[in-house]
Design a protein around this ligand. Structure first.
Ligand code: URA
Length: 288
């Protein structure tokens, strides 16, 4: 893959948007004159170029696909050779920084086009997450399973039905005042455990989702999601029952609904966890 294609991919701009022919200048004008205002100046540093490209990817959501051709190619031309030609020194921080600046449409597009790990070759759909993007509650699971991969939505199988009941017990409904996402946006084949490298590549997406939703409480479902989000190896039994923090947002850990389907005796414990989460939510509401 060319250096420029890599750079645009990192920023979530699908490379197929780049025309093979050079963009024609509009009659009586120049290509530059048609670029969004943010692109009017030439970037002088790598940071400036990155922020301009990220900004342009945001602006592109407001324009027609045809216009996108006229924005992306000249944009790539504006990148200084230092960026276009230099070997990637630290791809992960650059990518994470670009993702951290995205709005919802850019993030949505970046997840859909992501090829940062091998899971892209076996997925049917990416599973971005679902629900109210201004929700006070956020639920985080592990990774899509077979049904989720087919439908592109989290928790749609048997575990999802139980999750919906758990939500109902809190007076919540999927799509109303709750946003549901996973640590991984693509299904690990055969429902194997996610690899650390896959989590590392996907984490910036979840981090940005949490930053955009800004929930009052995050409920983490299951050992894997809890240990990934909280960056710990502490067993779930020890993580339950206390309030943790992720980027300043309170986090309550409970069992994964798929585990609860197999271990009915732990449902009462899960109910205690949800009561704790509700307490945390209500307390945060009182302070707001
Ligand atoms: N299990 C999860 O952790 N997430 C899903 O979306 C489905 C099953």
């Amino acid at each position: 893959m060319s250096r420029r294609a890599q750079f645009l991919e990192v920023l979530g701009i699908p490379t197929e948007w780049i025309p093979r022919r050079p963009p024609a200048a509009p009659e009586g004008g120049t290509v530059e004159a048609d670029l969004p205002a943010v692109m009017a100046a030439e970037p002088e540093t790598a940071e400036e170029a990155i922020s301009m490209v990220a900004q342009a990817s945001v602006d592109m959501d407001a324009v027609e696909a045809a216009d996108v051709f006229d924005v992306v190619e000249p944009l790539a031309e504006l990148l200084p050779p230092a960026i276009v030609d230099a070997p990637l020194i630290a791809p992960v921080p650059d990518r994470a920084a670009a993702i951290a600046a995205m709005d919802w449409p850019a993030l949505d597009a970046a997840v859909a086009a992501c090829e940062a790990c091998g899971l892209c070759s076996t997925r049917t759909n990416t599973v971005f997450g679902v629900g109210d993007r201004e929700a006070e509650w956020m639920l985080v699971g592990e990774a899509p399973g077979e049904n989720e991969d087919l439908q592109g939505e989290p928790f749609v199988g048997q575990a999802g039905k139980l999750l919906d009941n758990m939500l109902a017990s809190l007076g919540l409904r999927r799509g109303r005042n709750v946003f549901i996402a996973n640590v991984l946006k693509c299904r690990p084949p055969g429902n194997r455990n996610p690899e650390p490298a896959e989590v590392d590549q996907c984490e910036p997406f979840l981090k940005r989702q949490i930053a955009l939703v800004r929930p009052k409480v995050i409920v983490v479902l299951g050992r894997f999601a809890a240990q990934s989000l909280l960056r710990t190896t502490t067993p779930i039994g020890k993580l339950r029952g206390t309030v943790h923090s992720y980027e300043g947002i309170p986090v309550v850990v409970t069992y994964h609904p798929a585990y609860l389907l197999r271990t009915l005796t732990d449902k009462a414990r899960a109910w205690e966890d949800l009561c704790l989460a509700r307490e945390v939510h209500d307390r945060a509401g009182a302070q707001a």
